[in-house]
Design a binder for this molecule. Sequence first.
Ligand SMILES: [Zn+2]
Length: 287
Amino acid sequence: MNGFSPDGNSEHWQTVGNPEATLNFEAAPGRIYQGPTQKIRSLSEYWFGQAAYCPSCGHLSLDQYPANKPVADFFCSRCGEQFELKSQGRAFGAKVSDGAYRTMIERLMSSTNPNLFLLQYDPHRLAVINLLVIPKYFFIPGLVQQRTPLAQTARRAGWIGCNILLAGIPEVGRIFLIKDQIFQPRQIVHEKWRQTNFLKDQPDIGAKGWLLCVLRCIDRIRSDQFTLEQCYKFEQDIRTAYPNNRHIREKIRQQLQILRDKGYLEFCGRGTYRLVRNHPLEPIRLS
Ligand SMILES: [Zn+2]
């Protein structure tokens, strides 16, 4: 099929999700659009409903909620995970605008926020370039920025929206299903999703903030193997985020220990750590 994974490997074909999926947007049968904005949104949602799958349990289809449901856009009928879909015709930058600020914070505090899918498409070719998902437990209130209230002249005067600061999401929390127009193997997507479970088990938001902070430092080292000293180089940067904390180095060591205990890192001795890229997995069955 057009736009499908270019390597033509049949084994790969079987592992990337819906075997019928292509990168190209197609119109939903019988759909009439009221203007270009509605059209592109409808096309991207229809494509997503046809091609995306559940990264959590591997279920091959996601169901769409009725329009205007404020909670999420799609859900998995097998495991119950909920997903919000944000689509745009340009690359996603440091932040993305989302719904009402207060609702977002309330949902983060009660852990009822959905997982977030980001879909980047080519607006001229009407085809998908990137599709990634960020598991819900990567979002903490510190990554939600309050926007200026809408002006008195606006239809929803005084309404306060929010931005999600994507720059604060470490690489481990950005799981690509399609990267640079190439479908990623479904098994790998699922493994990466499972690898983030260590964060799910961390109920305390403050503790989670520290973990995310140290994970971002590890990203910046850009090596699978690194030393404690390399982590300490970010001490000043971390102090900007936590100006009242006088034990930054101790906190760094503590986070590394948590990451090691969760199987995300291994300790190689002499203050050296290594990222565990492939967890040994018990057999999993994907439908
Ligand atoms: Zn599922």
